[in-house]
Design a protein around this ligand. Structure first.
Ligand SMILES: [Zn+2]
Length: 87
């Protein structure tokens, strides 16, 4: 399986580490109630089908990517740099 790194091109999935759903980037406000932080840190959806995940290219350029992947077919529709999505 290949992941299309925007900086390196298509690379083997073994060069990357999956860090979970992209919503992990959207942290609660520092003064949010503990229940909001508990939900952010411990509760995850487990979607069947298209999803967007955070991947780290640790054996490549070191970039954080948002990868669009189907969890049923494992087909990868594309990837963007995570910092571009945060703007
Ligand atoms: Zn890369």
């Amino acid at each position: 399986m290949l992941i299309p790194c925007p900086q390196c091109g298509p690379r083997d999935i073994r060069e990357f580490t999956c860090k979970g759903h992209e919503t992990h980037m959207k942290r609660p406000a520092p003064d949010a109630p503990p229940t909001a932080w508990d939900d952010h840190l411990h509760n995850r959806d487990n979607p069947a089908g298209p999803t967007r995940e955070l991947w780290y290219h640790g054996a490549g350029c070191g970039a954080w990517l948002v990868v669009s992947r189907n969890t049923v077919t494992h087909a990868i529709a594309g990837a963007t740099l995570a910092r571009e999505g945060a703007r």
